[in-house]
Design a protein around this ligand. Sequence first.
Ligand SMILES: Cc1cc2nc3c(=O)[nH]c(=O)nc-3n(C[C@H](O)[C@H](O)[C@H](O)COP(=O)(O)OP(=O)(O)OC[C@H]3O[C@@H](n4cnc5c(N)ncnc54)[C@H](O)[C@@H]3O)c2cc1C
Length: 583
Amino acid sequence: KEPCAQVFDYIIVGGGTGGNALATRLSQGLPGSKILVIEAGPAAPDELGINVPGRKGSTLTGKYDWNFPTVAQPQLGGRVLRVARGKVLGGSSALNLLVWDRAAKAEYDAWEKVGNPGWNFASMMAAMTRTENYTGGPVGSGSHGPVHAVVNPLVPVHEQAFVPTVAGAFGIPENKDSIRGVPIGVMLQPKSIDPTNWNRSYSANTYLPKAGANLQVLTDTQVARVNFAKRGPLFHATGVTLANGSVVSARREVVLAAGSIQTPTLLELSGIGQTAVLGAANITQLVNLPGVGESYQDHLRVQVSFQLKDNYSSIDVLKYNTTAVTVELNKWLAGDVSLYDDVAGGILFANWAQLLGADGAGALATLAHDTAAGLGWDDVGTRKKLKQLADPTIPQVEIIFSDGYTGVKGYPAVGTPLRGKNFFTLIAGLMHPLSRGSVHINATDPRGNPVIDPRFLNNEYDVQGLVGIAQFCRRIAHAEPLRSVWMGEYEPGAEAVQTEAEWRAYVLNSVLSIYHPMGTAAMLPRADGGVVDARLKVHGTANLRVVDASVIPVQISAHIQTAVYGIAERAAEIMIAAAASPA
Ligand SMILES: Cc1cc2nc3c(=O)[nH]c(=O)nc-3n(C[C@H](O)[C@H](O)[C@H](O)COP(=O)(O)OP(=O)(O)OC[C@H]3O[C@@H](n4cnc5c(N)ncnc54)[C@H](O)[C@@H]3O)c2cc1C
């Protein structure tokens, strides 16, 4: 709806994961302030593609997805990848795949060690717990927060073999406590689902209803830039200009919560960023911040999938059996147990020694150090990653047991022999790749699609690491009791890929993102390429903050929605305290 005023105390750009959480907490904590959230996408409270957990993924590339292309990746044979991002109230929390987990304690502590006082496991855990309402969670998990989490009790028979296989054949114990900063182990993970109605639990249907009347939300409205006035040495954000040219003013602060792709490009459109990028686009530079849009990091994956024996049934049935689709959807709508409730997620988080043995892990660590030295990568984040290779509590590897087929080859086409068959997939995830890419405005079309260059697998450590994880997926599948549930490897295929060279080619041809871009407006000292300080204020500005995944200074091993909610909770704390005692 239209804002009833053109002046607010706080303007938050982006009604996504971090933006809605922050806006709600500001509304509650500063009842005398007027707060505005501006979201480019629509509100979609009744959209089944969002609400029904088992339809996760169905919204990708559709109208709620910005669906940005990357630039062609020469190291991946010229492939162009797609970058999924929510364009809807709720942002990427409306589109994500629901995994609800946390990284290792030492990974959050690393944020403080790189120059951000107050950002550590204790403060982040407290913040993340404030978000959480984890039904059946271990002692210490959140029970009063707005966002629901639960381990889905639906565990397909073939998936029940995953945890015992990893624990029994590879000696990696089951870990039911992983959410508390100790992720190493194998487990069924919680998902962001409300167990009272089996709806997706996301920022728009959890936080926003808890806000007061002092919060207004403007949907279908894109912000074009932040406006500034120079006062003394700092730039003061005075408000924003919308894409239609109208101006909304902020008395106190403007917050960018537009996510890891659009927060850095909005900074650039507003005159904050690298001299070369702004110059090429003819934008007057207000603050020279070379770190804007740099340090783009993501989690990488490839997949190994298997055809189940005929007596097992997976959620693939919802891909080819229209009767099952109708029956299961009607069950979901009636509140009965349904395949559309989604099924439990089996996950293994491991360090290299658990996968490759001590010698293999040592060789890979040496390769990582040599790779970084050879390429001259000596930034703060890379140095931390290299150091963390020696910490056995930090996962370098994630393997997800995904019911049904997922991969790059595609589900068997109509008329082919495997059409109608059932599958499971082991997704091989590399948690701390050394590759770092960038996202910037396009000099010839600054308001058009950003130029995203993730540079995945541009170094030997990342390639060999991902090969090692994919090979381990095959080893898991060949161990009992999992071996007994499948009859053939579908992707990449046991005959197609055997040698190291074949694995390498498979990884390069099929690597994808796990949808976790972060770090493009990093919270670091300015001298280290930082964009925001430890109070989330953009360097060189008095009252512009960033509150989303782009501030993450050192990559973490978890799926990142819990961290983004935690960042927003901490931001609210910082901003409410600042309002009580303005500097
Ligand atoms: C497909 C997918 C699967 C994922 N799976 C998982 C998972 O299983 N578990 C997990 O933990 N994490 C997952 N993630 C990651 C996680 O959901 C995101 O990292 C997180 O939600 C990002 O939050 P954010 O606040 O940084 O950005 P977002 O939530 O993306 O919010 C940014 C918002 O800003 C809006 N916006 C952008 N530009 C403008 C503008 N100029 N004007 C107005 N509004 C604007 C956008 O429309 C969007 O709503 C997944 C992400 C995706 C996309």
